[in-house]
Design a protein around this ligand. Structure first.
Ligand code: GLA
Length: 403
């Protein structure tokens, strides 16, 4: 464990004791990363292909089991602290971040696990609502921690599914499985090729050869995000309902672009569903091509596929926004940039760009200035590396003695 990790943990333990008081019951520490999706957006809920990687930023959780049937949640990122009694934990808590851990507790309860109280302090360094899965990191770190403290023996894949279900059922966002999967299964210096239908996956070394992954946050306030996302899920279901009887496909993610081309007439009364289906089948084809491109260090081709992905998300899936499109245009106008696209759900949030490492500083200056000039907003830039998935962090004696 690095000195930096030790000092983060000491600081968090101190905050934990300030918030909740000391107790005989021991504290434990866990960490789950965020993720950046390199390519393959809005395909997961159709059983399609995605290609994300976990990042090194994420959410820390300091937790202890109390046995007093009270549940206290606090975060270093928000002022609000909640204290709930046993009978209150199966209801949503306003429109608040606490619904993410509560949704996870609910999944354990649904599986007949008898919970008897926790104190939880969260601390995240993934920007919220930026499309880097801060919410999945909160869900997965909670599920992993409770599984460990309660010795419930669920597998990592069970915990991934429970975290996704928490978001679907409790928060009401009909998301796919990509975020929770990447956050749980990430591996340093690797991206994950995942088939969201079968959950077969491969960890692919990131052969980026002097190219940096630069994430740029629009800092645009996201509006309509959840309901517009759920609308897209429903529009894809409509597309499947038209195609299934003719093609016999079970999931829209199985559709091939050439099959869609020969059956476009089926969509005479639903042009919106046609656009959504076009995005899904071409995006899957792009992921299929992007993985071997990365494996053979063909970053030029990878970058072209990223550009096509953005254009399809903008024009066919209609989940981009003016600030996102502007950032992408500015990024692509830098001569050495290989590709740039929105990442995650869209409707604001972040772009991901491939930039030769020596040019990153100039990229940030030029894109940052152009963006502020055009939108009045300030963009933030992060150079990302692929990190490991969820894990327990040992609280050794030097950390405990230090706080
Ligand atoms: C959000 C969802 C994911 C996925 C992406 C878009 O991050 O949580 O399941 O659908 O949007 O690819």
């Amino acid at each position: 464990m690095t000195l930096a990790t030790n000092s983060t943990l000491s600081r968090l333990l101190e905050r934990f004791n300030q918030k909740f008081g000391r107790s005989e019951s021991p504290e434990f520490a866990f960490f789950a990363p965020g993720r950046v999706n390199l390519i393959g957006d809005h395909t997961d809920f159709t059983g399609g292909l995605v290609f994300p990687c976990a990042i090194t930023q994420g959410t820390w959780l300091i937790i202890r089991r109390t046995g007093n049937h009270q549940y206290r949640f606090a975060s270093t990122n928000f002022d609000l602290m909640a204290q709930l009694e046993q009978h209150e934990i199966n209801q949503t808590y306003g429109d608040n971040w606490i619904n993410y851990p509560l949704g996870v507790l609910d999944q354990f309860t649904q599986r007949d696990v008898i919970l008897d109280g926790f104190d939880c302090l969260y601390s995240g360094n993934v920007p919220n609502g930026a499309g880097l899965s801060s919410s999945a990191s909160v869900e997965v770190v909670t599920a992993f921690a409770i599984n460990s403290l309660m010795k419930t023996g669920f597998s990592l894949i069970d915990l991934v599914k429970m975290s996704q279900a928490a978001e679907n059922e409790f928060v009401g966002m009909q998301c796919g499985i990509m975020d929770q999967f990447a956050v749980a299964m990430g591996k340093q210096a690797h991206a994950i090729q995942l088939d969201c239908d079968t959950l077969e996956y491969r960890q692919i070394p990131m052969n980026l050869d002097g190219i940096s992954i630069v994430v740029t946050n629009t800092n645009q306030r996201r509006e309509l995000n959840e309901s517009a996302y759920n609308d897209r899920v429903e529009e894809c279901a409509r597309a499947l309902a038209l195609l299934e009887p003719v093609l016999g496909i079970r999931r829209l993610g199985q559709l091939l672009p050439e099959q869609l081309a020969t059956h476009e007439l089926l969509f005479a009364n639903d042009p919106v569903a046609l656009m959504r289906a076009r995005h899904v089948c071409t995006e899957n084809a792009r992921v299929r091509a992007a993985v071997p491109a990365l494996e053979s260090s063909d970053v030029t081709h990878f970058g072209e596929l990223m550009n096509q992905s953005h254009d399809s998300l903008r024009d066919q899936f209609e989940v981009s926004s003016e600030p996102l499109n502007h950032l992408v245009r500015l990024a692509r106008s830098q001569p050495s940039v290989l590709g740039s696209r929105l990442t995650g759900a869209g409707f604001g949030g972040c772009t991901v760009s491939l930039v030769p490492s020596p040019d990153v500083a100039a990229f940030e200056l030029a894109v940052g200035a152009g963006y502020t000039e055009a939108t009045g907003l300030t963009a933030n830039f992060y150079t990302m590396s692929a990190g490991d998935g969820v894990r327990q962090i040992p609280l050794n004696t030097s950390v405990r003695d230090n706080h």
